[in-house]
Ligand binder design. Structure first.
Ligand code: SF4
Length: 664
């Protein structure tokens, strides 16, 4: 029997099985990665691995994971941040891996239960539709019923229309109403769970992983018996894990829980058929109390900060606790109705609705108490017609809260991404997650950046903290776009500046035949990217979400312009509390947190340019602090070496050497 190392050699070597695939090119880094993953899995140890774009990292972890899981009868969980990558793994890479490993195996994408239709709840909702839904909603319900006859998986994503929340929440699988003993084998969610239990590879997203992980108490595994986990797109782990473990309750959620019982406005809900006015009045009272409570929260936030939409709360009971009593009264009343209810299904719905009210009550109470000093508490106000108010909590230190449970002995956590290191080291990432026992490895890039990329630094641009910056920046951006005749992705850190520059340049660019696409909230990110790819002379102005995940190989993107180094403003409560924690531990919040975070984001932005061996182009950085400040060196030394030009006061460029520039 061949060892895992033999298999890797047979597949990833220059003449290996992989080399027979069309368009395949041998990359030593890919083999190195496959060997490192194999060794971590065999040694049941943890690994952090930076695999630059072009290495072919999906196959380099999938193949060893499958070989190991099949041989040892274990289960591989592959967790990603984006749905795009999940789809790519499932539809393309898993199939290639299948053709390489010589074993048959089963792989599934696993989603949270609320994605699946519950046929028992659907039947119940159909029976009670006059009581639960208005005419439009009832129409949706009938379309869901038709679909339920033909769907194979009951996954809401495959429903031919997007259902309203009020309808879907009434028919999706839900923890409190779920009983496979009653429903028998024809349940979409139970089927998905069964398939996940039987599968060798289970693909899911980070958010679901950490939500399920937070509910698990098992010492020796994560989610399934004898599993191991590979996190791709691991750069988002700290933020997703924090929010996954944290808790949140909003005005809309509490109102939803109350309205599920009875909505005084629509006169629909589980209690609508009950003759007793008392129960309906308790729902109306709970609704009024919910609105009054969250309005008080909103006013307290506004009193402390007029403009901010997020506010950290440091004082227990910063508003009076007026919600518990009406919610408790409502729960007691539901309990009475529940006892009298003859139908098992209707009873289950009442139990589930009561549970939701109880959870809301507990979360509000926990938020107001602020009894856990390891958590950060904050309020978030959302804009729009219905101004929602969220009460959020999350662990200040993800490392302290998850590391002991996540990086356990006897199994493996493999974390990979194209962008994890700062200044050539993975220490920052390792320390943020508390993965001190993990082996670290940074692979070389397969691209020739000396030939493929040029770096242009705006030496003469006024720095962003200079009042002249705002007036000057449109001209510098215009000059930069002209250098590549469009084909540019311009990355901003502020929507105000993005709009201002777009207004000032639109006419000039369009008169030169360069179409300007702007992330202004009117067109979806997906549509903007589609237009940008199709019109190769266009220019795209993007904010936060365009710094990562944009993959435009070829001539449509030959220039990335970075308007400002992406330092996060410490106005988010979690960022603020994490910085305070570092200071309390005698660290330097700027050097130990703000700077490395900005460098990682900067690297993501730079990484948008070269996506394949045939791509060429330039990166222009219009934030002159990269040259004038000491920390600029950390940014420069964190990106691939390539020829450098400096932009002088007249916009003309002259060449410089990386060492010379980094030493300025
Ligand atoms: S087992 Fe749960 S999800 Fe499945 S049909 Fe029954 S109640 Fe619905």
């Amino acid at each position: 029997m061949k060892s895992a190392a033999n298999h890797i050699e047979l597949i990833f070597s220059e003449e290996g099985k992989l080399s027979h695939l069309p368009n395949y090119e041998f990359r030593p880094q890919q083999r190195e990665m496959a060997e490192a993953v194999t060794s971590a899995l065999e040694g049941r140890s943890h690994l952090i691995l930076e695999a630059p774009t072009g290495v072919g990292k999906s196959l380099a972890y999938l193949v060893p994971a499958i070989l190991h899981a099949v041989k040892e009868k274990r289960k591989a969980i592959v967790s990603t941040h984006t749905k795009n990558l999940q789809e790519q793994l499932y539809r393309k890479d898993i199939e290639i891996a299948r053709s390489l490993v010589g074993h048959d195996f089963y792989a599934v994408i696993f989603k949270g239960r609320k994605n699946y239709l519950c046929t028992t709840r659907l039947r119940n909702a159909l029976r009670q539709q006059r009581q639960l839904f208005d005419t439009g909603e009832a129409g949706e319900l009938l379309r869901i019923q038709e679909w339920s006859q033909v769907t194979r998986d009951g996954d809401v994503e495959n429903l031919p229309f997007t259902p309203s929340q009020s309808v879907w929440q009434q028919v999706c699988s839900e923890i409190g109403t779920c009983s496979s003993m009653v429903c028998g084998p024809h349940c979409f969610f139970q089927k998905a769970k069964r398939q996940a239990r039987e599968a060798t590879v289970v693909i899911m997203n980070h958010a679901l992983f950490f939500t399920l992980f937070a509910m698990q108490d098992a010492e020796e595994y994560f989610l399934f018996k004898d599993d191991f986990v590979i996190f791709d797109e691991a750069q988002t782990l700290e933020s997703v894990a924090g929010l996954g473990i944290g808790k949140s309750i909003s005005r809309a959620q509490v109102l939803f829980a109350v309205h599920r019982l009875y909505n005084p406005k629509t006169k629909k809900g589980l209690l609508a058929k009950h003759r007793s006015k008392h129960h309906k009045e308790l729902c109306a009272q709970a609704e009024r109390a919910t609105n009054a409570f969250f309005e008080e929260v909103q006013m307290a936030v506004r009193a402390l900060s007029e403009k901010s939409t997020t506010l950290r709360i440091r004082t227990p009971r910063f508003v009076s606790e007026t919600l518990s009593r009406p919610l408790q009264q409502l729960r007691s009343a539901v309990r009475e109705v529940e006892d009298d209810e003859k139908s098992k299904v209707a009873k289950d719905e009442l139990v589930a609705a009561k549970r939701l009210i109880g959870e809301a009550e507990m979360l509000v109470e926990e938020f107001l108490e602020q009894s856990d000093s390891a958590l950060t508490y904050w309020v978030e106000l959302s804009s729009g017609r219905f101004q929602n108010v969220h009460l959020n909590t999350a662990p200040t230190s993800v490392a302290d809260s998850i590391a002991p449970k996540l990086f356990k002995k006897g199994t493996s956590v493999i974390m990979t991404s194209a962008t994890l290191s700062v200044n050539g080291s993975l220490a920052y990432f390792q320390q943020r997650l508390g993965a001190y026992d993990a082996r670290t490895l940074i692979l070389d890039t397969p691209f020739d950046y000396q030939k493929q990329m040029r770096l242009v630094l705006g030496k003469a641009v006024p720095p962003p903290d200079n009042p002249a910056f705002e007036a000057a920046i449109p001209e510098w951006i215009y000059g930069s776009i002209a250098r590549s005749r469009g084909k540019a992705l311009v990355l901003f850190t502020s929507s105000y500046l993005l709009r201002k520059v777009a207004e000032s340049l639109r006419g000039r660019l369009e008169s030169e035949g360069i179409r300007l696409l702007v992330q202004d909230g009117r067109t979806s990110r997906h549509a903007l990217l589609g237009e940008f790819k199709n019109d190769i002379h266009s220019v795209l102005f993007g904010l936060d979400s365009f710094w990562m995940g944009v993959d435009v190989p070829g001539e449509a993107l030959e220039h990335v312009i970075i308007t400002r180094l992406p330092f996060a403003v410490p106005d988010h409560p979690l960022i603020e509390s994490r910085m305070e924690l570092i200071a309390r531990q005698n660290g330097n919040a700027f050097m130990d947190y703000t700077l490395p975070e900005a460098v990682l984001k900067f690297r993501q932005g730079v990484g948008r340019l070269i996506r394949s061996k045939t791509d060429t182009g330039m990166i222009t950085i219009l934030d002159s602090r990269i040259l004038s400040k000491q920390y600029g060196r950390t940014f420069l030394l964190s990106i691939p070496r390539c020829p450098i030009e400096l932009l002088g006061p007249d916009g003309g460029a002259f060449q410089a050497e990386m060492e010379e520039v980094a030493d300025i």
